[in-house]
Design a protein around this ligand. Sequence first.
Ligand code: ANZ
Ligand code: ZN
Length: 815
Amino acid sequence: MGNYGTAVDKKWQEKWEKEELYKFNPENLDKKLYTLEMFSYPSGSQLHAGHWFNYGPVDTWARLKRMQGYNVFQPMGFDAFGLPAENFAIKTGIHPQDSTYKNIKTMEEQLKAMGAMFNWESEVVTCDPEYYKWTQWLFLQLYKKGLAYRKNAPVNWCPSCNTVLANEQVVDGACERCNTEVTKKELTQWFLKITDYADELLDKLDDLDWPEKTVAMQKHWIGRSTGAEVTFKVKNSDLSFDVFTTRVDTLNGVTYVVLAPENKLVDKLTADENKAAVEEYKELAAKQSEIERQSITKEKTGVFTGSYAINPINGREVPIWISDYVLATYGTGAVMAVPAHDERDFAFATKFNLPIERVIAAKKGEETELPYCEHGVLVNSGEFDGLETAEAKEKIVEKLASQNLGSMKVNFRLRDWLVSRQRYWGAPIPMIYCDKCGTVPVPEDQLPVKLPYDVEFAPDGKSPLAKSEEFKKCTCPQCGGEATRECDTLDTFVCSSWYYLRYPDSKNSEKAFDPEIINKMLPVDKYVGGPEHACMHLLYARFITKALRDMGYLTFDEPFTSLTHQGLILGPDGLKMSKSKGNTISPDDYIKQHGSDVFRMYLMFGFAYTEGGAWSDDGIKSVARFVDRIERTLDSANEAIKAGNGKSTIDKAEKELNFWRHTAIKGVSEDGDKMQFNTAIARMMEFVNALSKYMQEETKNLDFLKEVILDFIRLLAPFAPHFSEEQWNLAGNATSVFNEAWPTFDPKALVKDEVEIAIQINGKIKNRINVASDLDEEGIKAAALNDDVIKQNTEGKTVVKVIVIKGRLVNIVVK
Ligand code: ANZ
Ligand code: ZN
């Protein structure tokens, strides 16, 4: 046990561990509950408030579920490969493997100090050969299924750092690190064919219990677009090209066409006198990121190729331009431009003086301002005039199709997942290249392809593994001749795309997982983590699940049935915590001082779970005071019980306390279940108030009091596990509170026998009386009018009207 937490924390953590209290029972799967929090990256900055906010409250939820009878499986592990360790290594010279395992050790201790009921026996660490062996196996299965392929693709390249950059690392066309202009470089890369699943990934989103915003983001990212492909022939040439359009109804309004500068046709159709300008423009375009190129506010640029295309619907000749607003990687990399009805085309045409011709009117005869980008009625479109957009699309495609010049087409924004990295600290891609046999997968019985330790990992633009002759050279599994290994490693998102499948069978040395077990344990019932993974991890994991299902390994369609995103804990200044701003909160100090329960309770009480907010020292102090108050109240109750000599009746005071007890049981159960921890804790505060009020009673019913405090401890247990276990023990129990059943609430206790009613005369309160809480309206009215004070006040006056608001007041209107 590390040097974190208080003595009470440690005492119970040791006991729980020794007794294997939280061990998952694989025999009893009827009420299994697979609770998963996104595993973390073993970084040098260690466990921070954000990790705590993910793991602490979810553990509370899991404990509550355990007490409600669920067989909870809550594993933990580390997403241990990746760039941060490698960059750290480049800076310090410490080998990524050494720093990673050291960090894991520290974080394990910190996680244990949290006192969460993690199933450590199922821990996975993705950089362990026993794990990445199966990541490689997964890659081979995808390859066999045709879902992994290699192709040439343009990537961002910094000529000074000699490395590939991610899109996010290109700032205003320059390398984020050294400010050198970034170029595009063609590299042969491995891709996973996630696009094969685009339709299902989109459609099945509606069945998931996921945050709406995340569903919307994933839908947008997948971006299904229904339109048409139309073929344009190049004038005086055998060449032709297709465009993708969602508005084929505007085909008669095309006044020019635009190719992406990278489009392979550009060189072939550029006229000699335009060559120089086109070349220059292509270089310029290569430096822009796709995000910049798509910006609507960006000034439009482009050049004419000198060639013309023929509009298949009307035979009209239109100039062919190139411009960076057309992306090479979307649709066909070519667009038909309709400046009258498209914003970007309008801006471009205006700048380069190209014709703008209306073909859509809002209604017949109604000429709205241009560009007009809505649907409408066709004009200036020959035989199609008068048709509405929807019908025109069909008719036009019909005509084009009859000449083999067009068809309906669905496009997705989603691209195949580029998974190869020219980096050291990752799982080697298990492929071999042989001059004779070509690309040969590593036979499964030769897995894992081990990542060698002694490698020069400083970056110089080549895959570090290529510098290890020992790694690179191998024999071809097919012909036995000399061959070379693939030297790129897998994106770490591949490692995390399947880890939830490994946990329930994490020690299996024969298989990645046993489908028998996994198909019973999954899907994950509750997944909790940050929203930043909406279009990466959460999409990749869904894809891998579906791919493995189609290979016959899995019987379920989706990995995570229900998803929650915790909010973000900000620094005390309301800004995102960062070392450079000096506003980070280290849990360790607080845990040492207050214990881990206070820290966890503050996170749950101080913030709405899905929202988060700014850290406040006053906030955690007030939670510490609340826990102190509980302790004092329970102490005095225990003493009173020990001293004995109480009453045996249940009177008004007992009924009152019982009311708050059951209000809390109901509230904590309902809100806790919805992860509304802050309101759940508020119910417990009311309960403590009622309890301490009861302690003032002259004579108490001690049997009843005992029952009540045991229920209180049960309710508090998931929220303050160590403290509650200690209190449970002090109250004379030998077994763990976490083996107790969750209290159930008694609706009868919530009905008060008597309620106080205010009586008003002409809107002014004159008296208050107690009536039976189930008294009907007529009865309340009679009781009010019969009250002595009211009789005096109404004497000699006429009662015009009596208004009864049940349970609260009676207003008597007199004249
Ligand atoms: C002609 C047209 C007329 C268009 C009009 C729109 C309005 P989404 O919804 O995103 O699929 N487009 C096609 N390929 C492109 C590419 N590679 N780079 C940039 N733009 C491209 O958008 C499809 C529309 O985006 C297509 O429909 C095309 O412009 C453009 F009044 O074609 B449209
Ligand atoms: Zn061979």
